[in-house]
Design a protein around this ligand. Sequence first.
Ligand SMILES: [Fe+2]
Ligand SMILES: [Fe+2]
Length: 168
Amino acid sequence: MISETLQNAINKQIIREMYSSNLYLSMAAYYASINLNGFANWMRIQAEEEMAHALKFFDYVLDRGGNVALGAIDAPQVKWDNEVAPFEDAYAHEQNVTAWINELMDLSHSEKDYAAISFLNWFIDEQVEEEKNASEILDRLSLTHSSPASLFLLDNELKQRVFVPPTA
Ligand SMILES: [Fe+2]
Ligand SMILES: [Fe+2]
């Protein structure tokens, strides 16, 4: 059985993952609107990944005998000034998410909830990937400013991304 405190904190995280999903889907729409369809694809897959994260937390609350309580999801931003800006935001957002996952881990430790600690380890590792991916693409994107050809190449590369459901 999960404690009420941890249950409520995870319920909050479910909403944050759903917000992340909507944010990236909104970025996908922005990239599609400027015909960077590879970037749009990458963001669309990212949105799917975030929904998978939300469902992973959702299932966990239920598995531990808790109650899922969904709430309002903030509206995401819909416009960006240039093609670099969404990835600046994405990288900053992932750093925030890492801080929230760390808070959940702190709470699990203070409650000596070893099952929750084990569960959250997956997200600790996942956030390393998330920050790395966002910052890598941001760095490469920043270098394409003076070279439309390299922007086109990167767009083609990001077109190849496919959704891989997260494993347990
Ligand atoms: Fe996530
Ligand atoms: Fe993420």
